[in-house]
Design a protein around this ligand. Structure first.
Ligand code: FES
Length: 164
């Protein structure tokens, strides 16, 4: 009695892929995909990801009705501009504790975040703020002034105003 092998393959059966070939094709596919994604990422690079910020130096026209010692906060800006008998000055409204924007009030500034209080000259009257609000550079005269939020000046620095 003889035994015959049943391993005869049909012509229609697909060729089996060798393990080495499969791994090579997989590596090639992964490298091609990585290259394609890198090229897609490179195409996105020329677009700006952030919007340009507004200038930190700008003109401010004080209202004629601004009373001495009353704060004027230019819309969208982080300073309070004051006019008193000695001149015009600008105090930053960025809290020196953690950077919240302080609110102006009749007595000075109140920070809504942790309760710090500042006098109108920016000095701390209640913590936890560690130091006074910064004074910003003001120049100009005749009712039109230029405030520079990028340049600090010593507290007490005032520019002579038209109504000072
Ligand atoms: S950020 Fe103003 S008190 Fe904390």
């Amino acid at each position: 009695m003889t035994t015959t092998s049943v391993s005869a393959r049909s012509r229609l059966d697909p060729e089996p892929v060798a393990r080495r070939d499969f791994l090579g094709l997989s590596a090639l596919w992964a490298a091609g995909s990585a290259l394609a994604f890198a090229m897609l990422g490179a195409l996105r690079l020329p677009k700006a990801a952030v919007l340009p910020s507004p200038s930190r130096k700008y003109k401010v026209a004080l209202p004629d009705t601004l009373a001495p010692g009353e704060a004027f906060v230019p819309p969208g800006r982080n300073v309070a501009v004051f006019r008193d008998g000695e001149g015009v000055f600008a105090v930053s409204t960025v809290c020196t504790h953690l950077g919240c924007i302080v609110k102006t009030g009749p007595e000075g500034f109140d920070c809504p975040c942790h309760g710090s209080r500042f006098a109108k000259d920016g000095s701390v009257t209640k913590g936890p703020a560690p130091r006074a609000l910064a004074w910003r550079k003001v120049s100009g005269s005749g009712g039109a002034y230029v405030v520079d939020e990028g340049e600090d000046v010593p507290a007490g620095t005032k520019v002579k105003g038209d109504k000072a």
